[in-house]
Write a protein that binds this ligand. Structure first.
Ligand code: BGC
Length: 512
């Protein structure tokens, strides 16, 4: 722990405030994902703008899935998206004008390989079946980033799968009779690793920083256990615990094999820092807080849930410690160990837990004997201190591992919601940077512009820039948070007027 001003420890909020402390090399950026931002082009037609070969495209456009209330789909058509596929040059001009030097994006597996790669492995043979339009799009995008001096951070899989890997509509109807079954397919690890290696070789001269998977448990939980209004993910099945365990295992294996492929294939040092490939995973760390800290059942439930949601997966991918029985006892596996150069940390919320004596998920993990009753996962209530707690957990449990905050942000709402969120989270980020033994490399705001928020469609708007889904031109308009974030970037810290407008709570307790 580095020193904390004593007045701050005594509870004087202003003494805890820091500004201008983020080092020169610290990257400020914005974060996006292909499926969420690309569709809805003003001029270009459905293909090539919309990626009709992705399982999510099928999921949100099928009359079958739209009709099922248990899928919680808002029903917005893909055309309501912001059309980044066509408008990327002007969007990247905005990134540049804000002084941001980082841009997080995803490559869509289905854009690169709209058709199956099964049975093909040689790079040239793979290139022959890759989509020329897909490859050309990413080449143009990387050239546009390079021309502006913006460094890409590329997510290889941000939830979507190609339709030849996942029949999202069929599996939503019946998981027992569908084919192909996505993350349940025996060959998914091999195929996704092959795709990762292919794009790392194709684009390695433009990209050094790669994230294998985005929020893997957001595939698992709303996909196979508990789809809800907050989030669904195809196949949107409830309490399929046997399948959920198989998906969990495949996600862990997929990360490790993707890392191997990317490290072998990306041999070009794009940014001249002496490293050709810097490969990690993006994970949302959420603190779990007992509703009543004096109630042992609430405390045990919060502790166990914290383990199941955060540690279990991270221990496997960051330490190579696999807990196959999901009982809290892991063992080191060499084929998983040393497979992460950094942790991409997403932070949105904490979870308040009320323990119950019965369990809805008895056969998923023995640790869930006291069933969680979770409150406030919807993001309505925010918990800025949770960012400090998440960073404290990560830096203590995975010491020495570089951390990039790959997502932090919130949707537009009343009372300066986004600006307050930014200022309060920046305060806690700076407190963490100052007091923890932390190798923090960057911060990416989610998101550059309003985009397709999965099952919510255009219903939740996270953009620095507003996009009206009904406006055919998809004109971008800056929100107040855009100017505030730009000033954070300019000052490499929290400007004092923002800190005064949105003060951190007086009783700031920095004990992790
Ligand atoms: C995801 C994004 C999503 C954001 C806001 C994260 O879970 O990575 O795709 O849009 O949260 O909900």
């Amino acid at each position: 722990m580095r020193s904390v001003p004593w007045l701050c420890l005594l509870g004087l909020a202003s003494a805890c405030r820091d500004s201008g402390e983020l080092p020169e090399g610290f990257v400020f950026g914005t974060s996006t994902a292909g499926f969420q931002v690309e569709m809805g082009c003003p001029k270009l037609g459905t293909p090539p703008c919309a990626d009709t070969r992705s399982d999510w495209y099928a999921f949100i456009t099928s009359t079958v899935t739209l009709a099922r209330s248990g899928n919680f789909l808002a029903g917005d058509p893909p055309e309501s998206g912001p059309g980044f596929y066509e408008l990327y040059e002007e969007d990247l001009d905005r990134v540049k004008a804000m002084g941001l030097t980082g841009f997080r994006m995803s490559i869509e597996w289905s854009r690169v390989f709209p058709e199956s790669t099964v049975g093909t492995s040689d790079h040239e043979a793979l290139r022959a079946i890759a989509s020329p339009e897909g490859l050309d799009y990413y080449r143009r995008l990387f050239a546009a980033l390079e021309a502006r001096g913006i460094t890409p951070l590329v997510t290889l899989n941000h939830y979507t799968l190609p339709v030849w890997m996942h029949d999202a509509v069929g599996c939503n109807r019946s998981l027992d009779r569908c084919s192909p079954r996505g993350w349940l397919e025996p060959n998914i690890v091999e195929e996704i690793a092959k795709y990762a290696g292919f794009v790392a070789r194709e684009f390695g001269a433009s990209v050094d920083t790669w994230a294998t998977l985005n929020e893997p448990l957001a595939v698992l939980i709303p996909g196979y256990l508990l789809p809800s209004r907050d989030r669904t993910n195809p196949p949107a099945q409830t309490l399929r615990t046997r399948e959920a365990k198989m998906v969990l295992s495949n996600l862990i294996e997929a990360h490790a094999r993707m890392v191997d492929e990317v490290r072998a294939a990306d041999t070009v040092d794009a940014d001249g820092d002496g490293k050709a490939a810097f490969v990690g995973i993006v994970y949302p760390i959420a603190p779990f807080r007992p509703l009543d800290p004096s109630n042992p059942i609430d405390r045990i439930a919060a502790k166990n849930l914290f383990y199941v949601y955060n540690e279990l997966f991270l221990n496997a991918v960051l330490l190579g410690v696999l807990d196959e029985a999901l009982d809290g006892q892991g063992a080191r596996r060499e084929h998983l160990a040393d497979r992460a150069d950094f942790l991409g940390l997403n932070y949105y919320f904490s979870v308040t837990v009320k323990g119950e004596e019965s369990s809805v998920l008895p056969d998923f993990s023995p640790l869930l004997t006291f069933d969680p009753f979770m409150i406030d996962t919807s993001g309505e209530r925010t918990d800025p201190r949770g960012l400090f707690d998440a960073l404290a957990f990560a830096s203590q449990n995975y010491p020495g591992l570089p951390i990039i905050i790959t997502e932090n942000g919130t949707f537009d709402g009343p009372e300066d919601r986004q600006e307050r969120f930014l200022a309060e989270h920046m305060s806690w980020l700076l407190a963490a940077q100052r007091t923890l033994d932390l190798d923090l490399r960057g911060f990416y705001w989610w998101s550059l512009m309003d985009n397709y928020e999965w099952n919510h469609g255009m219903g939740l708007r996270f953009g620095l820039f507003r996009v009206d889904p009904d406006d055919r031109t998809k004109t971008r308009t800056a929100r107040p948070v855009q100017a505030s974030y730009q000033r954070v970037v300019e000052e490499r810290g929290l400007p004092s007027d923002l800190a005064d407008r949105f003060p951190v709570p007086a009783a700031l307790d920095l004990t992790p």
